[in-house]
Ligand binder design. Structure first.
Ligand code: FAD
Length: 456
């Protein structure tokens, strides 16, 4: 038997996968007995915010991830199709119909028993009776405290302050300069040759890309920032912010120079174009191994996504920026995956215990369901004494599992699926669109091979 805590996107998908191979499931869901700050109903798989599962084409990483999930028999994808509403190239759903359809499908499965209770401490687990924790970003306090007891407080986070990430190729390199503050990370050519790439950029000239502002540019940016519109406020957003991760717009409202003495501090950064420190600076840090994503350092924000795009494109060098992820500040309970998880979503120290969904350190509806899918497949395999495995990193679902278990733990942040976290092509086609389609074609072949290997 597999026990699953949390009847959200990840928990329902995991339950379905486990039951599909003939293993009984007990699925615990605390609603309606205990509410969360954002869920509104007692239904399983309730979408708490947008009704979109994002892009649905193969030139888009989340479109690829969805296609992989369909091939793996995802109940979430099947129910999403059944409640689809027109949304151009995206997959969007009627949220009530979607939750109803998932609730009906999971409740009707003869091998799934749904128990409505709050699980306040981790039940026992073993290889014969694995446990999957899929309690989401708003995991109840009692259970969070018990998870901390098991894995340690350094490995569980409760709050997310996410800076926006831009695509490297969309940064105007004629305007930005590469340098670490006070030249701290500059290494000479011999050191670079001996020890390989620096943690950020690989040529020994500093780990950051710096976007320099003149006084006028800063004044225009500041004005746009303080007048920009914030995202809808949820109840829990009324919680006090940690001083260490204030949204930039909150800092800006404290005074015109607050940002210049905070994340936009120019000290120690000499602009080669002027030979002087700029008036202010936004620093960009490499965000993934492939070096095609850069995050805006210290730029967590609650501005609406459209407003973020508008205001942040006023930063010199980011006029044409493509955003891979927008900034956020919200309650989010998740483990630091790379320190505790394997790519099969098991705890390294407790192989009978799996984490899935947002809790496992991924970001987004589709990604949460995808990690639940793989955790379910592997928990069932463990219970049946079959080998466990993850699809290769050339697939989107395998790349997500690899990222959550192998990214840099020091700067770990939950990620959406992007082509940037997948294994690059050996011989990429020249055009961006062709490159993405080639990655998707390779991924689907690799997934089919992996599925055949498991079935053999
Ligand atoms: C406010 C907010 C808005 C978001 N908006 C979006 C968005 O627009 N698009 C997007 O892609 N992603 C969004 N996300 C991120 C994420 O994709 C969703 O939170 C998603 O629902 C995560 O799926 P999940 O299965 O991990 O968790 P959930 O869907 O939250 O499911 C977890 C379930 O566990 C239950 N539970 C918690 N603790 C216990 C317990 N101790 N015992 C029993 N049951 C328990 C909860 O009641 C819940 O039903 C948002 C997150 C938040 C917090």
């Amino acid at each position: 038997m597999v026990r699953i805590i949390g009847g959200g996107l990840a928990g329902c998908e995991a339950a379905w996968q486990v039951a599909s191979v003939g293993v009984p499931v007990v699925l615990h869901e605390m609603r309606p007995l205990r509410a969360t700050a954002v869920h509104k109903s007692d239904r399983l798989a309730e979408l708490v915010c947008s009704n979109s599962f994002r892009g649905d084409k193969l030139d888009n990483a989340v479109g690829l991830l969805k296609e992989e999930m369909r091939r793996l028999g995802s109940v979430i994808m099947r129910c999403a199709e059944a409640s689809r509403v027109p949304a151009g190239a995206a997959l969007a759903v009627d949220r009530d119909r979607f939750a109803d359809t998932v609730t009906a499908a999971v409740s009707a499965h003869p091998l799934i028993q749904i128990v409505r209770d709050e699980v306040a401490s981790l039940p026992s687990h073993s290889a014969a009776d694995p446990l999957i924790v899929a309690t989401g970003p708003l995991t109840s306090e009692a259970l969070s405290a018990d998870i901390v007891r098991l894995i340690g407080s350094d490995h569980l986070y409760f709050y997310d302050a996410i800076s926006p990430i831009v695509l490297a190729e969309s940064i105007d390199r004629t305007k930005v300069f590469r340098q670490s503050r006070w030249d701290r990370n500059i290494r000479n050519a011999d050191e670079v040759a001996a020890s390989g790439p620096a943690c950020g950029v690989d040529d020994g000239q500093g780990d950051y890309l710096n976007c320099p502002f003149t006084k006028d540019e800063y004044a225009r940016f500041y004005d746009a920032l303080v007048h920009a519109e914030s995202a809808t406020v949820h109840d829990f957003d009324k919680e006090k912010f940690f001083e260490g991760c204030l949204p930039i717009e909150v800092m800006a409202h404290r005074g015109v120079d607050t940002l210049r003495f905070g994340p936009m501090k120019p000290a120690g950064l000499v602009n080669p174009a002027t030979g002087r420190w700029p008036y202010a600076v936004v620093q960009l840090r490499q965000d993934n191994l492939a070096a095609d994503h850069f995050s805006l350092v210290g730029f967590q924000t609650q501005l609406k996504w459209g407003e973020q795009a508008r205001v942040l494109r006023m930063i010199p060098g980011l006029e044409q920026a493509e955003f891979v992820r927008y900034g956020m500040v919200h309650r989010n309970t998740y483990v630091n995956g790379p320190t505790v998880l394997t790519d099969t979503w098991q705890l390294r120290q407790h192989p009978g215990l799996f984490f899935a969904g947002q809790m496992s350190g991924v970001e987004g509806y589709v990604e949460s369901a995808a990690s639940g899918l793989l955790a379910g497949i592997n928990a069932a395999a463990l219970a049946q004494g079959r080998p466990l495995s993850a699809p290769p990193r050339t697939t989107a679902i395998g790349a997500l599992a690899y990222y959550a278990s192998h990214a840099d733990p020091a700067h770990y942040a939950p990620s959406n699926i992007t082509f940037g976290i997948m294994q690059p092509l050996d011989q990429p086609p020249r055009g961006k669109g062709d490159r993405k389609l080639a990655m998707s074609a390779r991924a689907l072949d690799a997934l089919d091979d992996w599925m055949k290997g498991r079935a053999a």
